[in-house]
Write a protein that binds this ligand. Structure first.
Ligand SMILES: Nc1ncnc2c1ncn2[C@@H]1O[C@H](COP(=O)(O)OP(=O)(O)OP(=O)(O)O)[C@@H](O)[C@H]1O
Ligand SMILES: [Mg+2]
Length: 347
């Protein structure tokens, strides 16, 4: 399973290649996952239940929650599935839906139920399960929370006709944006009044004030038993402009690298200037979908260029300097001297 070399530090190093920023979140997640799989490998022979440390990820949309989990599962090489709590809340057959999620986990493990029993289940939009008085009991978020409680705790779940999967050792990671939680925290956290000291004390106070307490989650609308099963809470920060710029150009699979590859295959060098990335980041901030809108905006910028390039084999380089300027096309003149060509007009 998890090799000894895969320390929390090594896990964070791997995450760093794909997930920009979110340092604290990456560290907490790495330790939680490490501890979970360590417990499994050292205690698997011993009798008795292993106390599980399921994880709750809190952060605005598009800040890297799903990305971090998916990256993690690639590294760990364990079966990993994501599910959406809203679809659980919409169905009247919650247990069927839960069974389907676990069935997908087994499929990911090529039908090996035991292997699936050590996988990771990521349940997104968990905040949509908050209790509310207006809904009927059958479809309320609260009843879904109760249904999830059992499998998070660990229970045999029947799959299809005669197979069972034991969820005891499955790591559950829940995620959600928890819009409005900050307001609750601002009201309930009052550590700031304790001290007037500067420096270290201030940092400790900031961290205390920053911690999401189970009581905040109750107030938000998660039932106490449910939050009790999510002892590790990780916060994802809103992405800054700098982080958005880095997301487009730094990770191994960054969109800029991907498009440079596409153009390279056409024999063309693509150069996008720093101002363009900043302008795209600016738009993405307006869209309020975190890093999610970056790809769309970037692709929109590339589409007219990709439309022109394949019909003009003499183009060897394209420069984009600002979102509001036409891209500049350069052609190879054979002598190695590159000259700007008038922008080819698509017919
Ligand atoms: N910290 C980050 N580092 C690198 N890329 C990021 C980061 N945050 C977001 N992205 C980009 O935005 C996309 C969406 O992020 P992700 O799916 O992880 O959001 P999320 O936090 O799960 O949001 P939601 O709550 O809406 O599910 C990712 O596929 C990635 O391209
Ligand atoms: Mg997500």
């Amino acid at each position: 399973m998890l090799s000894k070399e895969l320390t929390p530090r090594a896990i964070v190093d791997f995450l760093d290649q794909y997930v920009i920023g979110q340092e604290e979140a990456k560290r907490t997640l790495a330790v939680a996952v490490y501890a979970h799989y360590r417990k499994l490998s050292t205690l698997s022979q011993k009798a008795g239940a292993i106390a599980k440390s399921n994880v709750l990820l809190i952060g605005s949309s598009g800040t890297g929650k799903t990305l971090a989990c998916e990256t993690l599962s690639r590294l760990l090489g364990v079966p990993f599935v994501t599910a959406d709590a809203t679809s659980l809340a919409q169905t009247r057959f919650v247990s069927d839906e839960i069974e389907a999620i676990l069935q997908r986990l087994v499929d990911k493990a090529d039908g090996d139920v035991k292997e699936a029993g050590r996988g990771i289940v990521f349940i997104d939009e968990i905040d949509k399960l908050k209790t509310s008085n207006s809904e009927s009991r059958a479809t309320s978020g609260e009843s879904v929370q109760h249904a999830l409680l059992k499998i998070m705790e660990g229970t045999p779940v029947k799959l299809g006709t005669d197979r069972y999967i034991d969820t005891t050792n499955i790591l559950f990671i829940c995620g959600g944006a928890f819009v409005g939680l900050d307001k609750i925290m601002a009201r309930t956290h009052s550590f700031g009044f304790i001290s007037t000291a500067e420096g270290d004390d201030k940092n400790i106070l900031d961290r205390l004030n920053d911690r999401v307490k189970p009581t905040d989650l109750f107030e938000f609308g998660l039932i106490p038993e449910f939050t009790g099963r999510l002892p590790v809470i990780v916060r994802f920060r809103d992405l800054t402009r700098e982080m958005l710029v880095r997301i487009m150009s730094v990770p191994k699979n960054a969109i800029y690298h991907q498009f440079r590859e596409v153009f390279h295959a056409e024999g063309v060098e693509l150069v996008v200037g720093p101002l363009v990335f900043e302008q795209i980041a600016e738009i993405a901030i307006e869209y309020k979908t975190g890093g999610r809108s970056l790809r769309g905006i970037f692709e929109e910028l590339m589409t007219p260029i990709l439309y022109v390039v394949p019909d003009h084999p003499q183009i060897c380089r394209v420069e984009v300097k600002s979102l509001f300027e036409a891209p500049r096309y350069f052609r190879d003149q054979g002598s190695g001297i590159r000259d700007q060509e008038s922008t080819p007009k698509p017919a």
